[in-house]
Write a protein that binds this ligand. Structure first.
Ligand code: EPZ
Length: 419
């Protein structure tokens, strides 16, 4: 398996261009199944998860062309095979996002159960419950979710907990339902907002976007549109932490700061100087060692769970003690034992990781277990003395476009070794 080797100790300094948001482009690609006309999507990141989603849609009969400017042209009018098979779903849980659009548009969907993953059991009961509320007949058999419906009808749904893709599935399904759907306790993540805005461009009628109550008036059809995906706030945050952990200066371009205030606040708490503009965020540590911060993950607009591992790495070399509490997923500390191999002083107590900052970590061979854990380990390698090799980097390629090129551009000594 490919690995990434980092020779730590270099304060990063430079400019990095942020790509389109993975967790926005995936539901937006699923939403193209709802359109009666061709569509195009811009600012698409070059990620393995995007390739997987294109493969999944292609298997259904959707025609997709990726042009040289990372724009995807999609025509779903020939979609006939309304199935998401296990061999694809097992590699990317977000495949479940085709469930709502297929049932709403074609009245039929056979989607493999995603199964668990490294960070948790990841049930999908809210997705199923929501579609049943909209009138779909849903059964789970032989590892597949089988959903059938004549025409969905609007309903008043209160989510049992905040779920991002659960909200997205029901939102997409409701756009073609007969009547009005209200989704209460909806996720407010910026990626849900991006999906909703794309659906509006396609002719959907949605209000309450960005709030915890979405109201959707179903329409007969959705037309084509062009939609530019928003910048990836988690990739942005990851590169800002790279600047903080190395006591350097990073200018993130083609991004935005209005949807990541919780992260910027924590970076300022750790001693960073943050400067923002319409399409950039700059972090400057002025050569100072970061101070430890306490983190409590929760749904947006609170601190995002997808930035938890990156701040765990930061706390490992920060001044003082930082407590990280993971409230969203039940097993999102897989990176901790790998950080301990680099000399980090961390104690896990249930959902909390208590981290005593050390003045130096030393490089070692370590292993990635999931997407954000792998980013955390690369960040730790940037500051650990000597060489750190991160194995199983296929995890990182799912969510970060050309991460070693981007980090090299900031001055990091980093290279990828094939198998
Ligand atoms: C989305 O996953 C993101 N993925 C995740 O990003 C992110 O960590 C997560 O939201 C939380 O922000 C995409 O958008 C493709 P949830 P999702 O449903 O929707 C429980 C990354 O690194 N739950 O919001 O699967 C669930 O177990 C990935 O980019 C149920 O119990 O997460 C969890 O504890 C990792 N039943 C909590 O809700 C359900 O039916 C939140 O999960 C659904 C969820």
């Amino acid at each position: 398996m490919a690995k990434i080797v980092i020779s730590g100790g270099v304060p990063l300094n430079g400019e990095v261009w942020i790509s389109g948001a993975k967790n926005a482009v995936l539901p937006i690609l699923a939403a193209t199944l709802l359109a009666d006309e061709p569509m195009s999507i811009g600012n698409v990141p070059h990620l393995h998860d995007v390739t997987t989603t294109m493969e999944l849609l292609g298997q259904m009969g959707v025609q997709l062309v990726l042009d040289e400017r990372m724009k995807i042209h999609v025509d779903s009018r020939q979609a006939r095979h309304w199935v998401a098979p296990y061999d694809l779903v097992k590699t990317m849980r977000a495949s479940i996002l085709v469930l709502g659009p297929l049932v709403a548009k074609y009245g039929s969907a056979d989607v493999s159960l995603p199964g668990g993953c490294a960070i948790g059991s990841r049930p999908v009961d809210q997705h199923i419950r929501g579609l049943q509320a909209l009138g779909a007949k849903v059964s789970v058999e032989n590892g597949y979710i089988r959903a059938r419906a004549d025409r969905l009808k609007g309903a008043h749904i209160v989510m049992d907990m905040v779920t991002v893709t659960g909200t997205e599935n029901i939102l997409m399904a409701a756009t073609l339902a007969r009547g009005t759907t209200v989704i209460e306790n909806a996720a407010q993540e910026p990626e849900v907002v991006d999906l909703a805005r794309c659906l509006l461009a396609m002719g959907a009628q949605i209000s309450g976007i960005g709030t915890s109550t979405l109201v959707i008036d179903g329409v007969e059809r959705l037309h084509g549109a062009h939609y530019e995906v928003q910048p990836d706030r988690i990739e942005t945050g990851t590169f800002l932490v790279a600047g903080a952990i190395t006591s350097g200066r990073v200018l993130a371009k083609r991004t935005r700061s209005d949807n990541m205030q919780a992260v910027l606040q924590k970076l300022e708490e750790c001693g960073a100087e943050i400067n923002t503009g319409a399409d950039f965020i700059e972090i400057d540590m002025k050569g100072r060692r970061p101070r430890a911060v306490n983190i409590d993950t929760a749904p947006y607009p609170a601190f995002p769970t997808d930035m938890q591992a990156q701040f765990a790495a930061l706390n490992c070399v920060a001044e003082g003690v930082g407590v990280i509490t993971e409230n969203v997923f039940e097993n999102r500390f897989m990176h901790i034992q790998e950080l301990q191999r680099l000399g980090a002083d961390i104690r896990v107590d249930g959902a909390r990781a208590i981290i005593h900052g050390v003045t130096e970590m030393t490089g070692a061979p370590i292993m990635a277990t999931d997407l954000r854990a792998s980013a955390c380990l690369v960040l730790a390698g940037l500051v650990a003395k000597g060489d750190t090799s991160v194995d199983r980097v296929y995890h990182i390629d799912r969510g970060y476009e050309c991460i070693e090129e981007k980090l090299s551009g900031l001055g990091a000594r980093i290279r990828r070794l094939a198998n």
